[in-house]
Design a protein around this ligand. Structure first.
Ligand SMILES: C[S@@+](CC[C@H](N)C(=O)[O-])C[C@H]1O[C@@H](n2cnc3c(N)ncnc32)[C@H](O)[C@@H]1O
Length: 298
């Protein structure tokens, strides 16, 4: 049993319906709607589009963790406190990832997409790759590993990695992983680029420095420009269809004509964005920006 004395928590009767809801680890619909509206208004984050059935339970857990005996007190706090808005988003955002997640996608990147980009780029122009929603860095570091193997001068490739969560970005910069997160990394690559430290695999400094991490809210912040390849996998599923469309248009504006976009396995183009991209590999959700359909945002 937790010791709540530091939080000022006072035991209350579970016959109170608000408290009973929290004890039952669920959240009444009206409280959920209030919390949803606050997050949508102040952060543009739409809980309705969250596919995660546990969302209400996680909000209830956050309220209990803070020691609020009543939901209404928490809702008032959330409305008034930007720090709690961020903390709740942090508690709700899932950072699951893995090196070379969906290995066949990375095989296509290694064998086809990256060699084509390296071959066709204008002489002297750097390649710009972007992992949007990078979680703990597994995805952009996987790209860095591929680039290191494929290119004699990998310093001509810039890899940007962005996420909305500052906490997760801090961990990503450390490049230190539990064994299950590197399960798809071939042994030879593990030996060459990682050291085992107290049960964690740590990526070497040279590769870590290849990835430039930035905080970026994909809904509200400015994107990068003249990007050749964007990986945005398993993030669109968090958003409502209009927000997905907005994000896909943002990517179209960020990409050079002919640049590639890779989505997650359960994500796809919607409505008008189908006109902006052609599909080059349906199974791996790889798309290519059509020429001239969208003005590049210089
Ligand atoms: C499930 S992870 C995906 C990680 C990686 N792309 C992969 O497929 O393995 C989704 C990431 O999206 C981030 N995210 C959620 N909303 C975001 C937003 N509005 N802007 C940027 N990143 C966001 C989360 O913090 C989380 O790290």
């Amino acid at each position: 049993m937790s010791d709540f004395s530091a939080t000022g928590y006072q035991p209350v009767s579970v016959s109170d319906p608000e408290v009973a809801a929290l004890v039952g680890q669920d959240l009444p619909e009206d409280a959920f709607r209030e919390i949803r509206d606050i997050l949508f208004t102040v952060k543009g984050f739409d809980l309705d589009s969250y596919k995660d059935r546990c969302i209400k339970r996680r909000i209830a857990a956050r309220i209990r963790q803070l020691g609020f005996p009543h939901i209404s007190g928490y809702v008032a706090c959330l409305a008034a406190e930007p720090t709690e808005q961020l903390a709740l988003l942090e508690a709700l955002t899932i950072h699951v990832s893995q090196f070379f997640r969906n290995p066949t996608t990375f095989m296509v990147l290694e064998k086809k997409i990256l060699p084509a980009l390296l071959r066709t780029r204008p002489a002297g122009r750097e390649l710009r790759l972007w992992s949007a929603g990078c979680a703990m860095g597994e995805e952009p570091y996987s790209l860095a590993l591929l680039c290191d193997e494929l290119c004699n001068s990998p310093e001509q490739i810039t890899i940007y990695a962005t996420d909305i969560s500052n906490d997760i970005l801090k961990k990503a910069r450390q490049g230190r992983y539990e064994p299950h997160r590197v399960a798809e990394v071939p042994d030879s690559v593990l030996k060459r680029y990682f050291t085992l430290e107290e049960g964690f695999y740590r990526l070497n400094d040279r590769l870590r420095k290849r990835v430039r991490f930035f905080h970026n809210d994909i809904l509200n912040d400015r994107p990068f420009h003249r990007v050749d390849l964007i990986l945005c996998r398993n993030m669109l599923i968090y958003f409502s269809p209009p927000q997905q469309e907005h994000i896909l248009k943002t990517f179209a504006a960020a990409l050079v004509a002919g640049g590639y976009l890779v989505l997650g396995r359960s994500e796809t183009m919607i409505s008008e964005t189908r006109e902006l991209f052609e599909c080059v590999n349906a199974a791996e959700r790889i798309y290519r920006k059509k020429a001239d359909d969208v003005k590049e945002d210089d």
